[in-house]
Ligand binder design. Structure first.
Ligand code: FMN
Length: 194
């Protein structure tokens, strides 16, 4: 079973991005499971707080990342960039030599009522992910534009093309986990006798 941890930088009750994560849970390949983390209990990053010990909510988020084979971020775009809730959570997760982030496969999607579907935040986010050494998939890209027309009032994704796009993204993410496992197994295997 491949374990995926999903999270979003939106705390809004009716969030399209949270709805996109819920939709992803229904569109997974057979051998994958998606847990959605709640970032709302994570406090603002502060090195003084960090020095006193990792807050419980941060510890738990980092543990969930460590336990996951891959990550799925669905993010809103705030002023062409990353919402503070998401950047804050990534900053907390990035700290220390025991950071669970490096090398973790990750897929990105974004939803916005706007025409670009959050294209600009994705490229800003990708810059940050380089610094964190996450293995972000380049393709397929999933921009959920005009999100207000793609989810119903209950937050259910009704747009078939978007459902297919998310399903393709999840297949690619699961595939990248398998590739990574294969490479690790090959590295761990003793050299073949000649
Ligand atoms: C502070 C702020 C800035 C925003 N800036 C952008 C933006 O640059 N581009 C965009 O497409 N939408 C922008 N929006 C609108 C969001 O896309 C919209 O609120 C969206 O529903 C947020 O995602 P959510 O539904 O997951 O909460 C902004 C919203 C807020 C609150």
């Amino acid at each position: 079973m491949i374990k995926i941890l999903g999270f979003t930088g939106s705390l809004r009750r009716g969030s399209y991005n949270m709805a996109a994560l819920r939709a992803a849970r229904e569109l997974l390949p057979e051998d994958a499971a998606l847990e959605i983390a709640d970032l709302s209990p994570i406090p603002f990053f502060n090195e003084d707080v960090e020095a006193e010990g990792m807050p419980g909510a941060v510890f738990s988020f980092r543990q969930k990342i460590a336990d996951a084979d891959a990550l799925l971020i669905s993010t809103p775009e705030y002023n062409f960039s990353i919402p503070p809730v998401l950047k804050n959570a990534l900053d907390w997760a990035s700290r220390g030599t025991d950071t669970p982030l490096p090398g973790k496969p990750l897929a990105i999607m974004s939803a916005s009522p706007g025409m670009l579907g959050g294209a600009r935040v994705q490229y800003h986010l990708r810059q940050v992910l380089v610094g964190l050494d996450l293995k972000a998939l380049n393709k397929p890209e999933v921009f959920i534009a005009r999100a207000n027309r793609k989810f119903d009032e209950a937050g259910v994704l009704t747009d078939e093309r978007t459902q297919k796009a998310i399903a393709r993204l999840l297949v690619a993410l699961v595939e990248s986990v398998r590739e990574q496992r294969l490479i690790k197994a090959q590295k761990a295997a003793p050299p073949a006798e000649t």
